[in-house]
Design a protein around this ligand. Structure first.
Ligand code: NDP
Ligand code: MG
Length: 391
């Protein structure tokens, strides 16, 4: 097994840091090529030195000098801004970790696959906004598309050796997020600080708030449909407080294969990094004698309208996923900036989806990146307008 050259887009984030942790433990197998980040320049520079990166890029032009000076005493190449990001993604590597948050992660992932890299996909927004294009790009380049989202990694693992046409149902579990024990009424007035407190997983801020609203699960439902090419009515969600069962796949013969493991993202990252094989990973082992119970319940659709929105989006098809993700990102920004309330996020997204369903928008081709980005921009603009009327 030769040395694998790996690039990480979003290296300074939660997934990026966990990926570096695993890579650093196996220098005989992995060589870091490129690391990209955003605002966390010190972290990025430090990691570049620690892990021996060839190139580091910040997504923002403004940070170029800071990054350059932080690496002045090294021969590590430095870049900044959109064109440097594009060049970084075009480098010939064996695998690329797509761990930027939001739709900003789409293009680096596509570019990396077009340059021949297997894509380790944490950035679920790519599948929601551009599932067909992402899948087709992987096929056309004959590269692997490996899920990193824990539920999808669980499904992917449960499907090894199984025929896809024997899947009856895929069940994704959800922790229920920060407000799982709140009433709908109590959820009216929650703050961003409260929403950032996840009961089981340690993750980036945006996905943590999305877990509290279950927009994260809504994105994951669409992600599952796109990754595994299944129908919307084959996908279910169960609230499972302990976050130990990540996904279940039910087959035609009534057998169910569940994926169970500790809530540590390095498991799913490791399965992808080792190309769908089982490496010895430094993770806590589950002790079933200490796990007294595993709870499962249907999600409360009143508290979490985002779930129904996901099905509406899948049934609409086309570019509605791109609109859904973009509107959700804008609604989340507005909530974090205290411009709208927590429950208003789904009202904003719903309003954008409904408006676009009634509109002739001219973006139709789900395999065309310009159309996807056009729909994304249009939905953001509409969401901003709706947010402004929400106060
Ligand atoms: P974080 O917020 O922790 O990290 C995001 C990373 O992306 C950082 O490196 C950040 O740079 C960079 N970044 C942010 N905005 C931009 C931009 N516009 N252009 C380029 N880079 C940018 O997120 P997570 O690690 O939590 O999540 C990453 C992805 O993985 C998301 O799509 C998320 O949904 C998915 N995911 C995450 C899980 C988790 O456990 N965290 C679980 C399953 C999926 P900087 O911080 O330097 O500004
Ligand atoms: Mg997940």
């Amino acid at each position: 097994m030769g040395l694998k050259r790996v690039s990480i887009f979003g290296a300074t984030g939660s997934i990026g840091q966990n990926t570096l942790d695993l890579i650093g433990r196996d220098p005989a197998r992995f060589q870091v090529d490129t690391l990209t980040g955003g605002h966390q320049i010190d972290q990025l520079a430090q990691d570049a030195k620690t892990y021996g990166a060839r190139l580091v890029v910040t997504a923002y032009d403004d940070h170029y000098q800071a990054l350059k000076s932080a690496l002045a005493d090294t021969d590590i190449q430095v870049g900044a801004g959109p064109s440097a990001m594009k060049e970084a993604a075009s480098r010939p590597v064996d695998m690329a970790m797509s761990a930027i948050v939001g739709a900003a992660g789409l293009e680096p992932g596509l570019t990396a696959m077009n340059a021949g890299a297997d894509l380790l996909l944490a950035n679920k927004e790519s599948m929601v906004a551009a599932g067909a294009l992402t899948r087709t790009t992987a096929q056309n380049n004959n590269v692997a598309l490996l899920p990193v989202d824990s539920e999808h990694s669980g499904v992917f693992q449960a499907l090894q050796g199984e025929r896809r046409d024997t899947i009856e149902r895929v069940i994704l579990t959800a922790s229920g997020g920060a407000f799982r024990d709140y009433t709908l009424d109590q959820m009216q007035s929650v703050t961003p600080e409260q929403a950032c407190d996840h009961p089981t997983w340690a993750m980036g801020q945006r996905i943590t708030v999305d877990s509290a609203s279950m927009f994260n699960k809504a994105l994951e439902i669409i992600e599952a449909k796109e990754l595994f090419d299944i129908e919307p009515n084959q996908i279910d969600v169960l609230v499972h407080r302990q976050s130990l069962v990540h996904a279940l796949v039910e087959f035609h013969d009534a057998g169910i294969i569940a994926h169970v493991g500790p809530h540590d993202m390095r498991h799913a990252i490791g399965y992808a990094l080792y190309s769908g094989t089982r490496a010895k990973l430094p993770l806590e082992r589950l002790d079933f004698t200490k796990i007294s119970r595993l709870d499962f319940a249907a999600p409360d659709r009143q508290k979490y309208p985002s779930i129904d929105l996901a099905y509406q989006v899948m049934h609409a098809g086309g570019l509605m996923g791109a609109a859904f993700n973009a509107a959700k990102e804008k609604a989340l920004d507005a909530f974090l900036a205290r411009q709208i309330g927590f429950l208003q996020m789904s009202e904003v997204v719903k309003s954008v989806i409904n408006t676009l369903s009634d509109m002739e928008h001219g973006f139709e081709d789900a395999l065309n990146l310009e159309h996807i980005l056009g729909m994304d921009a249009l939905a953001r603009e509409l969401a901003l307008r709706v947010c402004a009327t929400q106060k």
